[in-house]
Design a protein around this ligand. Structure first.
Ligand SMILES: [Zn+2]
Length: 246
């Protein structure tokens, strides 16, 4: 049963942002009070960047996936192959928005935590994202902002990834609580790291940006992911317009 569920999850991440049907419907926590085991409000990220006056930090539950020395070495090796830069540390310059094609916070966490080769490219480390926004507006942090995650090829070396539980742009954009949390998180991160609003991107947009770097274009000539399309992101970025960081 467990194996069957994990196999389903592997299919799901291959479809991150696609319209293909995926199967992992499971109960999702409906509030922070019923957050997944291990999620805690008390142990959120220690500040690693200079404090910046601006939007308040939204509530964030720490729900970290394991990211030890082995996974960091795999990330550095991946960076060397794809960016010519053997580094696992991240200096965020871009924020990429995704939706999961997975129905629950727990199953998304499990998929990212297991660190298996992704079914799309067959590489290590496994895919992950830094933040996850639930349907109820709860924000989870899965990975430190100072560590690279594989969430959008061509920009993993410069970008933070924010996943949203959902199956379409419209579903996320219509969910007031989820969208409000997403915008609050993105505003806070943009100010914290000095990221321009034009560099807040949808996953589907990343291959057409100035940040895109890929040493193996034979494998990555176009985005295969449709999450957060250009039209959606123009509306999303419009909600960020007027952002004041100081
Ligand atoms: Zn995506």
């Amino acid at each position: 049963m467990r194996r069957a569920v994990l196999a389903g999850l592997a299919v799901a991440i291959a479809a991150c942002g696609s319209d293909r049907e995926v199967s992992v419907p499971r109960a999702e926590p409906t509030s922070a009070a019923s957050a997944p085991l291990g999620a805690t409000a008390a142990s959120t990220t220690a500040p690693t960047a200079a404090p910046v006056a601006g939007p308040p930090r939204p509530p964030i539950l720490a729900y970290r996936i394991p990211y030890g020395a082995k996974r960091r070495a795999q990330m550095a090796a991946y960076s060397r192959r794809h960016y010519g830069d053997p580094e696992w540390r991240l200096d965020p310059r871009v924020i990429v928005q995704h939706w999961t094609s997975i129905a629950s916070v727990r199953d998304t966490w499990r998929l990212f935590a297991r660190n298996r080769r992704d079914p799309e490219l067959g590489e290590l480390p496994g895919t992950c994202a830094h933040f996850l926004v639930g349907r109820d507006g709860t924000i989870y942090q899965l990975v430190s902002e100072r560590i690279r995650c594989r969430h959008a090829f061509g920009v993993n070396h410069v970008s933070l990834g924010i996943e949203h539980i959902g199956f379409s742009d419209a579903e996320v954009m219509r969910n007031r609580r989820q969208l409000a949390a997403s915008l609050a998180l993105t505003r806070w991160l943009a100010c914290r790291y000095g990221i321009a609003i034009r560099d807040v991107l949808g996953h589907s947009e990343t291959v057409r940006t100035r940040w895109y770097t890929e040493l193996r274009p034979d494998r990555h000539t176009r985005s295969t992911h449709s999450d957060f399309r250009g039209g959606t992101m123009r509306r999303y970025r419009a909600r960020l317009a007027g952002l004041r960081c100081a």
